[in-house]
Design a protein around this ligand. Structure first.
Ligand code: VGL
Ligand code: ZN
Length: 205
């Protein structure tokens, strides 16, 4: 039985100065780097959108970031163009120690659906391969750091719980977009209510 560290979407576009900047987003990087040596398995997710992705407000004239639209019967929240495949914005943060990362799981790769969870797209139609990797590697416990508290960390951690994994989110290691004030607090409550453990980095063994 192994424990894995999952680094969620620590990419340039989510850092201050990026296309979808998360306030204080770069604060998660030293926490991720510090946590890495404590785990046998270090994995990462990467938001990886085609250039004309359906979640980009630029594709929906008259709409702006934060609006909700329906595409193919699926509800999508709109964002600025971000994490476009093979661009600097989609790269992992320069300061993130990338050496220990054994495998990267890319998400949001389908043009007309989004993927906040590192496990599946929002409609749960397709797996990223992360769940299969964890099963094959005998991982039963997962610890999560990264971006963003209210979206990808939120849905990745609760999907991990639904898969039966013991799931911990390191509070100093996550930051959120907070489109609406209170979104991060709401997300943490949602995580807690599904059994996700919210811990301080100092509690890691
Ligand atoms: C994310 C919004 C859009 C995230 C990704 O990584 O939390 N949020 N795409
Ligand atoms: Zn995205």
């Amino acid at each position: 039985m192994k424990k894995a560290l999952l680094i969620v979407d620590v990419q340039n576009d989510f850092l201050p100065g990026g296309a979808l900047p998360v306030p204080d987003g770069d604060a998660v990087i030293p926490v991720a780097n510090l946590a890495m040596p404590l785990f046998e398995i270090v994995l990462a997710t990467q938001d990886w959108h085609p250039a004309n992705h359906g979640s980009f407000a630029s594709r929906h004239p008259g709409h702006k970031t934060g609006d909700e639209v329906f595409l193919d019967g699926l509800q999508l929240t709109l964002w600025p163009d971000h994490c476009v495949q093979n661009t600097h914005g989609a790269d992992f943060a320069t300061e993130l120690n990338r050496r220990p990362i054994l495998q990267v799981f890319r998400k949001g790769t389908e043009k007309d659906s989004d993927s906040y969870s590192g496990f599946y797209d929002n409609a749960h139609r397709k797996s990223t391969g992360l769940a299969e990797y964890l099963w094959a590697s005998d991982v039963m416990e997962i610890t999560i750091v990264g971006l963003t508290t209210d979206y990808c960390v939120n849905f990745t951690s609760t999907d991990a719980r639904a898969l039966g994994l013991k799931t911990t989110v390191i509070l100093e290691g996550v930051r959120g977009v907070e489109l609406k004030p209170g979104d991060c607090a709401k997300a943490l409550d949602r995580m807690r209510s599904t059994g996700v453990l919210l811990q301080s980095i100092s509690e890691l063994e």
